[in-house]
Design a binder for this molecule. Structure first.
Ligand SMILES: [Zn+2]
Length: 427
């Protein structure tokens, strides 16, 4: 039997009346109330006063939210400070996001102490899915500054009775592995390609002494090829987390059934829309993930377009929760190229094909459009060059969109030192 996600009793308590079983109708009534609170709070923000001008100050059903305009990454980039619903002195943490590939000012997100407390609480409960008191978890995420994602995670683990070992982003895979062994960690949290670099920096079968129980991979799209490679090498169970800074760092986490994310539905209201029309996607259909924060103080987001493509999986999860299950993100809207009338190519296609090849660490992909199709240029970081080209070419032949298209592969043997994690997309 699959264990019920710990998110369900947590959310039942958060919305009040933990004695009664959680139902969709109680949860949705709570979400409507919190959206009304959020709309009232938004009146303190110069951005929202203009953005929501002429719209009702409250809603009586979730469907009514569809009349409200979306907010976008561009809005945040242009006027983040005008989103604030509190004075700047109440802001406890500012996160500035990587702006590589974009022009203009960086994207900044502002959080109050209470906003961060909600994230810690979500991390505590989410981690309890696969972490027990006494466990030791190596955190391969930024954690130097107070309030950074890794720091909040370490605080959350301490509240769970486990120990979060603050390591930070991996720059040297061999050194990170030494710390993993020295600290006798039985859990790891990290970014997929970084954890893969640890796994592939030793030959297959090179990890007999590791006692890893679970690994959490966190990002927008987690390649299943990386999940399989980590599970095979380390003999552990890999869970996925979906989140972004805009969601308050945490969004949703898999239950023991590991078929998609259960979401922080007491803190986030998530919709799936048709990215072309903005209309709601039909039940179970894929579309863009859009969310509204329900409990955010400093910088609430109303109908924020994430650019991630996913869907709600219809039917019940084997864990028996009433919470929705968001399928693993398929691709990002800015990570898809139209090859020809029959085929699109996404980063997910390339991820699944290339990371399945033993020895691949990471890659950059560039697409040049031509008349009927185009050319793909790949720079693939590998453990060593020898014998890699035929394996990569064979893997790429499994992608229908690339049949008949020119592909140029350059190999780069990578030492233990890793580049800074960057947004992975087809350029
Ligand atoms: Zn479940």
């Amino acid at each position: 039997m699959t264990l019920l996600t710990p998110l369900e009793p947590w959310i039942a308590r958060k919305i009040g009346g933990a004695d009664a079983p959680l139902t969709r109708s109680r949860l949705e009534a709570y979400q409507v109330e919190r959206i009304c609170d959020t709309l009232r709070r938004c009146q303190r923000s110069p951005f929202y006063r203009a953005h929501l001008a002429g719209l009702p100050g409250e809603i009586s059903g979730l469907d009514e939210l569809r009349a409200f305009p979306f907010t976008t990454a561009e809005d945040i980039r242009r006027e983040a400070l005008r989103f604030l619903c509190v004075s700047q002195s109440d802001i406890h943490r500012v996160v500035t996001l990587d702006t590589s590939g974009t022009t203009g000012p960086p994207k900044r997100l502002y959080f109050t102490r209470a906003d961060q407390e909600l994230t810690i609480d979500f991390f505590r409960v989410g981690m309890s899915t696969f972490t027990d008191p006494g466990d030791r978890v190596l955190i391969l995420l930024p954690c130097e500054r107070p309030g950074s994602v890794g720091d909040l995670l370490a605080v959350a683990l301490a509240r769970l009775g486990a120990e979060g070992i603050r390591y930070g982003v991996v720059r040297d895979a061999a050194e990170a592995l030494r710390v993993l062994r020295r600290e006798r960690a039985n859990g790891v949290v990290g970014i997929p390609v970084q954890v893969l670099a640890l796994v592939r920096s030793e030959p297959p079968g090179g990890f007999p002494a590791l006692q890893l129980k679970s690994v959490l991979l966190t990002t927008d799209h987690v390649p299943q090829a990386i999940v399989r490679a980590v599970e095979r090498a380390w003999g552990c169970v890999v869970y996925n987390h979906y989140g972004m800074t805009e969601m308050g760092l945490g969004g949703g986490v898999e239950c023991a059934a590991r078929r998609g994310y259960h979401l922080r539905e007491a803190d986030l209201y998530v919709e799936i829309i048709d990215p072309a029309t903005g209309a709601p996607a039909a039940e179970g259909e894929a579309g863009e993930v859009v969310f509204t924060t329900l409990t955010r103080e400093g910088m609430p987001l109303v109908r924020y377009r994430t650019g991630d493509i996913s869907r709600f999986i219809p039917g019940a999860c084997p864990c028996g929760t009433v919470l929705k299950t968001l399928e693993r993100v398929r691709y990002r809207l800015d990570g898809i190229v139209h090859v020809n009338k029959d085929h699109d190519l996404t980063m997910a296609h390339l991820d699944e094909a290339l990371f399945s090849v033993e020895g691949v660490l990471d890659f950059d992909a560039t697409w040049s459009a031509g008349r009927d199709g185009g050319a793909l240029s790949l720079c693939v970081q590998v453990v060593e060059n020898a014998g890699m080209l035929p394996a990569l070419e064979a893997a790429l032949r499994t992608i229908p969109a690339l049949r008949g298209q020119a592909v140029d592969i350059r190999l780069r043997a990578q030492t233990h030192s890793l580049p800074a994690p960057a947004k992975r997309t087809i350029r």
